[in-house]
Ligand binder design. Structure first.
Ligand code: AVJ
Length: 320
C-alpha cells in the first residue's frame, strides 16, 4: 500500500475502535479487523478444523456444480469476486469458464496481501486473465462494471457466507447496491451457511484446540501492535453464543476481571467491568426460503439453489 493509504487505514481503525468501544450497553469491534496477516492465517486454520464444515461445503458445492452453474450463463461471461479469499474455491468456477472462453477475473479486496495470495493460487491458469482490484466491494464492483464490454455477462461471486457477517437489514441493502451496479441478465452467486443444530454451530465457533479463540483474541493483539494498546490477552476469554432471535452465532471477548485498557493510538481509554463483553463478530444463518426472499427484496430472482448434503450450506444463483 502507498504511505497515504496506510495512514488512512490507521486513522480509520483508530476511529472505529474508539466508536466501537464507547458503545453502550454492548461494546463492539468490527469483524473486518479480525483479518490482519495473523488473523487471515488463523482463519485458514479454522477452515481445516473438523468442527468447521462451512468452507469445505462451499468448495464441494462449487467443485460439483460449477458446470451446471455456468451452463446457465451466456458466453462471454466475466467474473468479479467480492473478497478474494484464498482463491481455492474460485478455481472450480474459473476452470469451467476457461474451457469455453478466454476469461477475465477481477478479485476485489481491500487487502493487498489477499490479492497477492489470490494471484499465487490462480495466476497460472490457462485462459484466465486476472486483474486485481484493491478497493471496497462496491467501489471495486463499480470499476469492474466500467471495464465491461458490450455483450459481456458479469458474474459476481460472493462466497463463504460472508453475507452472514452483515446484520440482516444492512445485508439486504448491500445486495440491493450490488444489484444496482449490474445490468439485466448479470448474475450473483451467493454462498450462504444454513441454520443447523445449535450444538454443531457452537462447536464450529468454539473448537477444542482453540483456533477460533486465537482468531478472536488476535483482534486485541492487533490493537496492541497497531495502536500501541495494552490489552492483557490473558484477562479475556473467547465466547461463542447462539442468538435465537437473530439466528446467528456471535463471537465475544469476555473481560474476566474489572480492568482499564489504554489505547494511545486511538487516543482512548476503556474501563471494562468483570464479565462484560466486546462483541467482535456475527455470523448469520439462513434458510432456503429466506434466501429466495432476500433475492426478491433486492431486485434479483433466485434461479437455483444447490445444497451440500454433509454440512447444510447453499450456493444460490441470483439473476439481475
Ligand atoms: C468467513 C465470515 C464466513 O462467519 O463463519 C469463522 C468467519 N468466524 N470462525 C464465519 C469465522 C469464526 C466466517 N466467515
Amino acid at each position: 500500500m502507498f504511505a497515504q493509504a496506510l495512514d488512512r487505514a490507521a486513522v480509520e481503525l483508530a476511529a472505529d475502535v474508539r466508536d466501537g468501544l464507547s458503545k453502550f450497553p454492548q461494546r463492539e469491534l468490527h469483524s473486518k479487523y479480525l483479518y490482519d496477516d495473523i488473523g487471515s492465517a488463523l482463519f485458514e486454520v479454522i477452515t481445516l478444523l473438523p468442527e468447521y464444515g462451512l468452507t469445505r461445503a462451499d468448495e464441494r458445492l462449487l467443485r460439483k456444480h460449477a458446470g451446471s452453474i455456468l451452463r446457465r450463463l451466456p458466453s462471454p461471461t466475466i467474473v468479479a469476486e467480492l473478497g478474494s479469499g484464498s482463491g481455492r474455491k474460485t478455481r472450480w468456477i474459473l476452470e469451467a469458464l476457461a474451457k469455453r472462453d478466454l476469461t477475465r477475473y477481477y478479485p476485489i479486496d481491500v487487502s493487498a496481501a489477499a490479492l497477492h495470495a489470490c494471484r499465487n493460487e490462480l495466476g497460472k491458469m490457462d485462459s484466465v486473465h486476472i486483474t486485481e482490484i484493491e478497493a471496497s466491494y462496491t467501489n471495486g464492483l463499480k470499476r469492474v462494471a466500467a471495464r465491461r464490454r458490450p455483450g459481456e455477462c458479469l458474474l459476481v461471486l460472493f462466497l463463504g457466507s460472508t453475507i452472514g457477517n452483515f446484520e440482516r437489514k444492512p445485508g439486504a441493502e448491500f445486495l440491493r447496491q450490488v444489484r444496482d451496479l449490474l445490468a439485466p441478465g448479470d448474475a450473483l452467486l451467493l454462498g450462504t451457511d444454513l441454520v443447523k443444530p445449535i450444538p454443531q454451530l457452537l462447536a464450529a465457533y468454539d473448537d477444542p484446540i482453540g483456533a477460533t479463540a486465537a482468531f478472536n483474541l488476535n483482534l486485541l493483539a492487533r490493537l496492541n501492535r497497531e495502536l500501541d494498546a495494552d490489552f492483557n490477552l490473558r484477562n479475556f476469554r473467547h465466547e461463542a453464543r447462539y442468538n435465537h432471535a437473530e439466528r446467528r452465532i456471535e463471537m465475544h471477548l469476555r473481560s474476566e476481571i474489572p480492568q482499564t485498557v489504554h489505547i494511545p493510538g486511538a487516543d482512548h481509554e476503556v474501563e471494562l467491568r468483570q464479565g462484560e463483553t466486546i462483541w467482535t463478530e456475527s455470523s448469520h444463518k439462513f434458510d432456503l426460503d429466506e434466501v429466495q426472499r432476500m433475492a426478491r427484496d433486492s431486485g434479483f430472482v433466485c434461479e437455483d439453489q444447490w445444497v451440500d448434503s454433509e454440512w447444510p450450506f447453499a450456493e444460490n444463483l441470483f439473476r439481475a
